[in-house]
Design a protein around this ligand. Structure first.
Ligand SMILES: NC(=O)c1ccc[n+]([C@@H]2O[C@H](COP(=O)([O-])OP(=O)(O)OC[C@H]3O[C@@H](n4cnc5c(N)ncnc54)[C@H](OP(=O)(O)O)[C@@H]3O)[C@@H](O)[C@H]2O)c1
Length: 467
């Protein structure tokens, strides 16, 4: 076997899949795991690919097997275990070595860890990996944050294992230290919003329009042939077709309605607010998951007030146009957070490149991302997707449908945290003069904060209430 080009530490779901992907693409790889008994089992599972994999029974042995300067990819929880891992590994590494955290890390941790390793002349790369187990095994989308030197060494391996869109690998160095993990976090935030939007549409069709899960699956599959085509549209259509073997009921009816979350959606919202931004569709989706977990409260409240959902009419073509507009707004909000972070952290993020590497391999891959990449390459007015001529038609046609849908659904007692947030955001942004003059008057009255006037320069004006 050739000398290993890279080490993979952590043979859980994702680490195993990435190591197999590397071996399949001709990369020779050394592997190890905290519990060493997983290594022989992994090599068995690797079959013929094991010829390019060297199994090691400890971290020390793994480091010893790698030629310096080493590339060591770590796929373990990116929380406290990663810090403990760094405590253990730093004394064993040599200047010029690179540690790659390929887990879902909070980008603040990545920045801190990059600074820590730099003190030892080591490189630290924050690599966002999207696509789940299947993506990691056959081609993920990867968002790299780290030094240009690390990228020079890593990109041949990453480009070999990445998903491809029209032959172009879906991986890029997006900026230094935490840039890759931040972009991955916002990716997941958009994922939350899109999943919740599809769940709201399901709810309206099922309990408003009386469609069966299979009929809804048919509609989603049809939408998936057009501009709404995306991985999430496709899998929603697929899961709705299944029946539960034990009861014969639709599978979706047998699944408890309390959603899990691991934190990336929440991080997106927290960071958006910290950056002075807001992404209300992602907030709506995170809130919906939190409320879903409060099952006993919801049951008590239903008993007290009665459930509200009543019949509504659904036209699938109109609904498709409404969803398309909502999806444009969902991406527009996500990219605004990225733009603000790029400015605050001086990352120089390229939104077009981000859209390009999201076109394949990742969970939010969607046909629309090709148009989004093109829109950012054109340079939309104010840098805003919302104003891009490429989406003018989708918004012009979709907003009236979204308005009709939300209006009708709210009147019929449906809760639409994401679809209604989309409309509210759009209506706020399209209003040249908004409501903040009242807020400024209130602030001046209660705290003498002062305001600017529309007819004069400067600030610090006060209202007549102070005379
Ligand atoms: N699953 C996904 O779809 C997905 C997608 C993108 C990113 N990620 C991220 O990828 C990372 C790994 O996820 P996974 O799904 O592969 O997890 P997993 O299947 O649960 O595997 C966890 C791995 O981490 C190791 N580990 C746990 N605690 C450790 C510690 N304190 N010190 C050293 N090793 C430790 C485990 O070793 P043992 O065998 O000894 O327990 C195992 O190899 C996470 O950061 C996750 O957020 C996951």
């Amino acid at each position: 076997m050739k000398q290993p080009q890279i080490g993979v530490y952590g043979l859980g779901t994702m680490g195993s899949a990435l190591a197999l992907n590397m071996a399949e693409k001709g990369v020779s790889v050394a592997v190890a795991n905290r519990s060493p008994d997983k290594v022989p089992a992994f090599l068995d599972e690797a079959g013929d690919l094991a010829a390019r994999i060297s199994g090691q029974d400890s971290l020390e042995a793994l480091i010893g097997a790698l030629p310096p300067p080493r590339l060591l990819l770590v796929m373990i929880p990116s929380t406290a275990p990663m810090d403990a891992f760094l405590d253990e590994v730093i004394p064993q590494l040599a200047p010029g070595d690179t540690v790659i955290d390929a887990g879902n890390a909070d980008f603040h941790d990545t920045r801190r860890r990059a600074a820590r390793l730099a003190e030892h002349d080591l490189y630290f790369v924050g690599l966002g990996v999207s696509g789940g187990e299947d993506g990691a095994r056959h081609g993920p989308s990867m968002m790299m944050g780290g030094s240009p030197e690390s990228w020079d060494r890593l990109h041949p391996i990453l480009e070999a294992i990445a998903a491809r869109y029209d032959g172009t690998p879906c991986v890029a160095r997006l900026g230094p230290d935490g840039a890759g993990h931040f972009v991955k976090t916002v990716h997941n935030g958009i994922e939350y919003a899109d999943m919740q939007m599809l769940a709201e549409v399901y709810d309206l069709m099922r309990f408003g329009a009386g469609r069966t899960p299979v009929q809804i699956a048919d509609a989603m599959a049809r939408w998936n042939e057009g501009p709404l085509r995306s991985y999430l549209t496709e899998i929603t259509a697929r899961v709705l077709r299944y029946d539960d073997e034990a009861t014969g009921q639709p599978m979706v009816d047998m699944i408890a309605d309390s959603a899990g979350q691991k934190g990336t959606g929440r991080w997106t919202v927290i960071e958006a607010v910290r950056l002075g931004q807001s992404a209300t569709m992602i907030e709506g989706a995170v809130a919906a998951r939190a409320w879903s977990a409060e099952k006993p409260l919801r049951q008590r409240a239903e008993a007290a007030f009665g459930g509200a959902r009543r019949e509504i009419g659904i036209d699938e073509e109109r609904l498709e146009r409404a969803m398309l507009a909502a999806r444009v707004l969902e991406y527009a909000q996500g990219f605004r957070i990225l733009a603000q972070a790029s400015e605050d952290f001086a990352w120089g993020l390229d939104p077009a490149r981000i859209a390009e590497i999201w076109r394949a391999g990742c969970i939010i891959r969607a046909d629309m991302l090709d148009d989004i990449a093109a829109a950012f390459r054109d340079g939309p007015p104010e840098g805003q997707l919302l104003l891009s001529p490429r989406f003018a038609n989708a918004l012009e046609q979709g907003i009236p449908e979204l308005r009709a849908l939300v209006g009708q659904a709210v009147a019929a007692g449906f809760a639409l945290p994401v679809l209604s947030a989309a409309l509210t955001w759009f209506d706020t942004m399209r209003q040249g003069r908004g409501t903040a003059s009242v807020i400024q008057a209130q602030r001046d009255f209660l705290g003498r904060h002062g305001f600017e006037r529309v007819d004069r320069d400067g600030g610090g004006y006060h209202g007549p209430w102070w005379e």
